[in-house]
Design a protein around this ligand. Structure first.
Ligand code: PMP
Length: 345
């Protein structure tokens, strides 16, 4: 099968099973609305946004990202979602036949991207305390170590000590996926511009409420970024997407922060309600919560019948079956817990 025909894994498997979901809590997007600047800019789209090519390497977007992150544009790369940034980075730093190490379980696209790029996968289980196992990751000797914190699908955050150990000991490049960092207490973005071997990858699909625009980015040392840009190639971000994203980064950062604050509060309430219901949700630093259940597929199917779509995971390493619930404003949490209780009854 050719590269372009690599099948995509089921996304939101539960949502695909039956009728349209009344409440979709399956994909960790921002359920608190869309950023106002993006909506205004999309409404004002000019003919050139449709007929002309966008800038080849998203210069305006890179400049806006650099400004908002306290970095320089040569420390920033962009892509068609962070999936695309990860794909370019993986291709840059590992050759076919080489290894990519990652924690297990982690973001479901990583094994897909590894396979697509003909890499040998080296999954490493988390520690019993849900931290990453730095020594085991380093022992793989992989030229690329992928870390995700907060991690999808567990929601758990890696400790600063374990991350520092990996960064200090890695012989190759560390890709740190911070798709959910806006909901977490800590991140390593500041490290990315100080080190030679770290690419922090982020997305505007989650806290920024722009999943439909497909905008992701990476931050790292200029030499690292230049190599990723070569693998990336031109014209990855559409003109309207670039303008909308640039507008949000310029005008709406407080809007984004406030929505993330709301999600963190709703996350605490969701975890508390799940615990009261007798369940054992994992601790979460993201905008979703993972709840171990006996039979995830059946549970998600019954929850969907009750009008709530969640993502089912079967046989997660160290966890077993679990459903992942996106945090949203009320009544999202109340309905999720009610549907889950009904499903498990
Ligand atoms: N990384 C993680 C950990 C994710 O969960 C996701 C989306 N589910 C992505 C990257 C990709 O996001 P996008 O391509 O929309 O930027």
């Amino acid at each position: 099968m050719g590269r372009g025909m690599t099948p995509r894994p089921p996304i939101a498997a539960a949502a695909a099973t039956t009728a349209p979901a009344v409440l979709d809590l399956s994909d960790n997007t921002n359920l608190y609305g869309a950023p106002p600047a993006a909506l205004r800019i999309l409404r004002e789209a000019a003919p050139d946004d449709a007929t002309r090519y966008p800038s080849a390497y998203s210069d305006a977007l890179r400049a806006a990202l650099a400004r908002s992150l306290g970095a320089t544009p040569d420390q920033v790369t962009t892509g068609c979602g962070s999936d695309d940034v990860l794909d370019s980075a993986i291709r840059t730093f590992a050759a076919p036949g080489e290894r990519i190490a990652f924690c297990d379980p982690t973001f479901s696209m990583i094994p897909v991207l590894a396979e697509r790029n003909r890499l040998v996968q080296a999954p490493v289980p988390f520690t019993a305390g849900h931290d990453l196992d730095a020594e085991a990751l380093l022992a793989t000797g992989a030229p690329v170590i992928y870390l995700c914190s907060p991690n999808n699908p567990t929601g758990t955050a890696a400790s600063g000590e374990a991350i520092a150990r990996v960064l200090g000991g890695a012989s190759g490049v560390v890709l740190m996926d911070e798709a959910y960092a806006d909901f977490a207490a800590a991140n390593v973005l500041g490290e990315a511009t100080r080190r030679e071997n770290l690419l922090v990858v982020r997305t505007l699909s989650k806290a920024f409420g722009l999943a439909g625009m497909r905008v992701g980015y990476g931050v790292g040392a200029p030499a690292l970024i230049a190599r990723v840009e070569t693998a990336r190639g031109p014209y990855k971000v559409g003109a309207a997407a670039e303008r909308a994203a640039t507008g949000v980064l310029t005008e709406d950062l407080e809007w984004v922060r406030e929505r993330a604050r709301l999600a963190v509060g709703d996350r605490a309430r969701l975890i508390a309600a799940l615990t009261v219901a007798g369940l054992r949700p994992l601790p979460s630093a993201a905008n979703f919560v993972l709840v171990p259940v006996a039979d995830a597929e059946a549970c998600a199917r019954r929850m969907l019948e009750a009008g709530v779509a969640v993502r089912a995971f079967a046989g997660l390493s160290g966890i077993g079956d679990a459903v992942r619930i996106t945090v949203g404003p009320e009544p999202c949490g109340t309905r999720a817990v009610a549907a889950l209780e009904e499903a498990l009854a």
